[in-house]
Design a protein around this ligand. Structure first.
Ligand SMILES: Cc1ncc(COP(=O)(O)OP(=O)(O)O)c(N)n1
Ligand SMILES: Cc1ncsc1CCOP(=O)(O)O
Ligand SMILES: [Mg+2]
Length: 662
C-alpha cells in the first residue's frame, strides 16, 4: 500500500496534484494540515474529485469525514490512548514509534505508521530507531498491518516489503516530484492477491486466468491449485482434485513470504474442502478477506437442499467476505428463486456481501446487484453480444484486485464489471485477452486526453493549419467538424488532417458522419442526438473505434451509456455562436448535478464539457468531475493557436507521468 501524507503548508496547485496522484494509482492520502481551520480544509476536500474522497484520511476536523464520505481518521499515539469513538469510524489509523506503543493501543486500528524506520532524508536529527532483524522479528508477530514511515526512498521499498511492512508512507521527499514518485513506487510495490482455483490448460478460466487478471489490474498475482481440470475453452473432460492437505501445504510455503489481504477461491471439490480451507485461511491470516466464486459442479461433492448441508454452508459463509454467484448458482445454493429482500436478510444474518451477477440473464443491460448487510447497489453495462470462457473467474479476480488496491466494495464491483466488459470486447473468440484491454477500453485512454479541439471555419487559416497549430501546442484529440462542407471536401480535408494527427500522435475523430469516418479510417466519430444511433455506428465501425455522444441531461447520459459510447460531450456550458440550435445551457450547476448523478448511479465515462468555455471556466468546470473539455472558439480565435493550446493544456494536465519503472 502506498500512502502519501500532505505537506503541512499547502503548495501551489496541491489539490490538482492530489487528483492526479489518485489517477496514477496512489492508494491513500493522509490529509494533514496542522494549522488549517475547518473551512480551509473543507475547501481543500471540495477540490478533490468526489470519486477519490473515499481514499482520504483526515488528521484533524474529523466532522468532515462523514460529511464528505472520506475514508476515516488518523491519530497520534497519545490521542489514540484517550480515544473512545472507535465505533464511529470505519477507518482509524495511528502513529506509533515503537512496538510497545502498538501493543498498548486500546483498540484495533486499521493500520499503524511506525517511524522513523530509516534515517530521515531531509532532517539529520531523525535517525532510524530500528535495526532490520528486530523489525522483521517483531513485524511477523503483529496482526495489525504496519506501515513504514521515515526515510523511505525507491530502493528502500523492496526492503520494507522483505521486512514485513504492509506498505509505506511518504512525506516531504514525495512532494518534490509527486507524480514521478507515485509512478515509481506503485511500480515497485504491488500488493499481492491470491487465487485458489483449478488449473485450466486453455487459461481462459481458473488460476492462470486469475493471475492474468491480477497482473493486468496492477497487483501481484499468487496462485494455488485446487484441482487439475482437463479442459479447453470449449470442452470439459474432467477434474483431478487436490486434497485439502495438498492445498494447505501450498498455502503454508507461500505464506512464509506473503500475506495477502484478499484471497479468491474458485473451483473447489466440496463443502468439506471449502470449510477446511476457509478455516485454515482465517486461522493463518486472521485479517484475510475471502471471496468465493461458487462454481458448483454436481460432479463434485456438493450436496444441495439437505438441511444439514445448509447449516454447514451457513457456517462457512460466516467466514467469507463476498460471494459472487449468478442466478442459477444462487438457486442451487439457497433453494429459492433469489430476490433482493431474501438475499439482504441472508447478508445481514451471515454478515456477508453478495454480488448477484446478472450476466446470464436476459435484456439489453447486464446488471449486477451488490447486496451488503446495510445496502443494495446495482451496476449495469450493455450486454455483450458474445460471451467468453472464464468471465466469472475474471470478474471475481478483478474485484479482489480492486479491493486490494483499496477501493471500497461497491466501487471494486463496478470496476470489476467494466474490466470484464473490456475483456469480452478484446476479441471475437471464446478466449479473451487482458493485454489488449487498454486499447479497447476507452475509459483508460480517453480519461487521459483532457483537451479536444473541434475545428471550425477561420478566415485566412485553413483547417489543416489550425490542426497543425493545436497539435504543436500539445493537443492530442481533434474532431473534424465542417458543417458547411460537402462530403468530398470533408474527405479531402480529412485526409490531410488525419496525417497531421498521426504525426503528432493525436486522436482524429469525425463529426456526425459514420460513413466518412469509415472511409477515412478515422479513430472514431462524434454523434449528436440527431445523428446515427451509437449502437448502429458501433456495428459499422467495430469495437476498436471511438464513438462519442452528445448529452444535455442526465437522461441523455443514461441513454448514451446504454448505447455503449466511449465518451460523452456534455453541454453547452454557456451560450456560443459556434453551434446553431443549442440545447439548454447547463452552467456549473448543471454539470455538478449531472456528474453527481453519474457517480451515484455508477456511470463512469470520460466526459468532455463543451460550449462557450472560456479560460476562467476551466477550473470550476473540472471541479464538477468532468474529465476534459472540448473547445473551438477559445483556441480558434487566438492569433497564436499553438501558444494558447499550450497554456490550456498546462491548466488541464499538470505533467505527463513518466513510464512506471520495472
Ligand atoms: C465533444 C462534442 N460534444 C458535443 C458535440 C455536439 O454534437 P452535436 O450535438 O451532434 O452537434 P454538431 O457538432 O453536430 O453541430 C460535439 N460535436 N463534440
Ligand atoms: C459543437 C458544439 N456543441 C455544443 S457547443 C459546440 C461548439 C463548441 O464550440 P465553442 O468552444 O466555440 O463554444
Ligand atoms: Mg452532430
Amino acid at each position: 500500500m502506498l500512502i502519501i501524507i500532505t505537506p503541512p503548508h499547502t503548495q501551489p496547485n496541491e489539490e490538482r496534484i492530489v487528483n492526479r496522484l489518485f489517477e496514477s494509482g496512489l492508494h491513500l492520502l493522509h490529509l494533514r494540515k496542522p494549522d488549517a481551520d475547518q473551512d480551509t480544509l473543507e475547501h481543500y476536500i471540495q477540490a478533490i474529485r468526489p470519486c477519490f474522497r473515499e481514499r482520504v484520511v483526515l488528521h484533524d476536523h474529523f466532522k468532515l469525514v462523514e460529511e464528505y464520505g472520506l475514508r476515516g481518521i488518523h491519530l497520534k499515539y497519545n490521542e489514540a490512548r484517550m480515544f473512545t469513538e472507535r465505533e464511529r469510524f470505519e477507518h482509524v489509523s495511528v502513529s506509533c514509534h515503537s512496538f510497545e506503543e502498538i501493543d498498548a493501543l486500546p483498540f484495533e486500528p486499521n493500520y499503524v505508521f511506525l517511524s522513523p524506520i530509516f534515517d530521515s532524508i531531509s532532517k539529520q536529527e531523525y535517525p532510524s530507531a530500528f535495526n532490520p532483524e528486530f523489525l522483521k522479528e517483531n513485524l511477523q508477530k503483529r496482526q495489525v498491518p504496519v506501515i513504514a514511515l521515515g526515510g523511505i526512498t525507491g530502493e528502500k521499498v523492496t526492503e520494507c516489503r522483505r521486512l514485513g511492512f504492509r506498505g509505506v508512507a511518504l512525506l516531504g521527499h514525495a512532494w518534490e516530484e509527486p507524480l514521478e514518485t507515485v509512478a515509481r513506487f506503485t511500480g515497485i510495490l504491488p500488493d499481492e492477491v491470491l487465487s485458489i482455483a483449478g488449473f485450466d490448460q486453455s487459461s481462459g478460466a481458473g488460476v492462470t486466468a486469475d493471475i492474468k487478471t491480477f497482473e493486468s489490474c496492477r497487483v501481484y498475482g499468487l496462485g494455488i491449485s485446487s484441482a487439475i481440470t482437463f479442459q479447453n475453452q470449449n470442452t470439459y473432460l474432467g477434474t483431478k482434485w487436490l486434497t485439502p492437505e495438498d492445498i494447505i501445504r501450498q498455502c503454508d510455503v507461500l505464506f512464509r513470504e506473503f500475506n495477502p489481504a484478499y484471497v479468491k477461491i474458485g473451483l473447489i471439490e466440496s463443502f468439506n474442502t471449502l470449510e477446511k480451507i476457509v478455516k485454515y485461511l482465517r486461522a493463518t491470516l486472521p485479517k484475510v478477506k475471502i471471496i468465493w466464486d461458487p462454481i458448483l459442479k454436481a460432479s463434485a461433492g456438493f450436496q444441495f437442499h439437505d438441511g444439514e448441508n445448509f447449516e454447514q454452508l451457513q457456517d462457512i459463509l460466516r467466514h467469507i467476505y463476498l460471494i459472487t454467484p449468478n442466478t442459477n448458482e444462487l438457486k442451487t445454493l439457497f433453494g429459492n428463486h433469489p430476490n433482493t429482500a431474501n438475499l439482504q436478510a441472508l447478508a445481514r444474518t451471515l454478515h456477508l456481501n453478495i454480488l448477484w451477477k446478472g450476466g446470464h440473464n436476459d435484456g439489453a443491460l447486464a446488471t449486477d446487484r451488490l447486496i451488503t448487510p446495510d445496502n443494495t447497489y446495482s451496476f449495469s453495462v450493455a450486454r455483450a453480444k458474445h460471451g467468453k470462457h472464464g468471465t466469472g473467474c475474471v470478474l471475481s479476480s478483478a474485484i479482489a484486485s480492486y479491493l486490494t488496491l483499496g477501493y471500497p466494495l461497491p466501487d471494486a464491483c463496478r470496476q470489476g464489471q467494466h474490466y470484464v466488459a473490456g475483456f469480452i470486447r478484446s476479441n471475437d473468440t471464446n478466449l479473451g485477452m487482458h493485454n489488449r484491454m487498454e486499447n479497447t477500453t476507452p475509459e483508460v485512454d480517453l480519461y487521459h486526453v483532457p483537451l479536444q479541439y473541434i475545428t471550425d471555419h477561420k478566415e485566412g487559416v485553413s483547417i489543416p493549419e489550425q490542426v497543425e497549430a493545436v497539435c504543436k501546442g500539445g493537443c492530442r484529440w481533434v474532431q473534424l467538424r465542417m458543417k458547411e462542407a460537402d462530403r468530398e471536401e470533408i474527405i479531402r480535408t480529412g485526409c490531410v488532417v488525419k496525417e497531421i494527427c498521426r504525426r503528432h500522435g493525436a486522436l482524429f475523430l469525425v463529426n456526425d458522419n459514420v460513413d466518412i469516418a469509415l472511409e477515412l479510417d478515422a479513430d472514431g466519430v462524434h454523434l449528436g442526438k440527431e445523428d446515427m444511433n451509437p449502437l448502429e455506428a458501433r456495428r459499422i465501425l467495430g469495437y476498436s473505434k471511438i464513438i462519442g455522444g452528445t448529452c444535455n441531461t442526465f437522461e441523455d447520459v443514461v441513454d448514451r451509456f446504454r448505447q455503449q459510447v466511449d465518451y460523452i460531450g456534455l453541454g453547452p456550458f454557456t451560450y456560443t455562436t459556434t453551434k446553431k440550435r443549442l440545447s439548454p445551457i447547463l452552467g456549473l450547476e448543471g454539470y455538478q448535478k449531472i456528474m453527481d448523478a453519474c457517480r451515484k448511479e455508477g456511470i463512469h465515462l470520460p466526459v468532455h464539457a463543451i460550449g462557450g468555455i472560456r479560460e476562467n471556466d476551466i477550473q470550476p468546470i473540472l471541479n464538477t468531475g468532468v474529465t476534459g473539455i472540448a473547445l473551438s472558439s477559445l483556441l480558434k480565435n487566438n492569433k497564436d493557436m499553438a501558444r494558447k493550446t499550450k497554456d490550456i493544456i498546462e491548466q488541464l494536465k499538470i505533467k505527463e507521468l513518466p513510464p512506471p519503472s520495472g
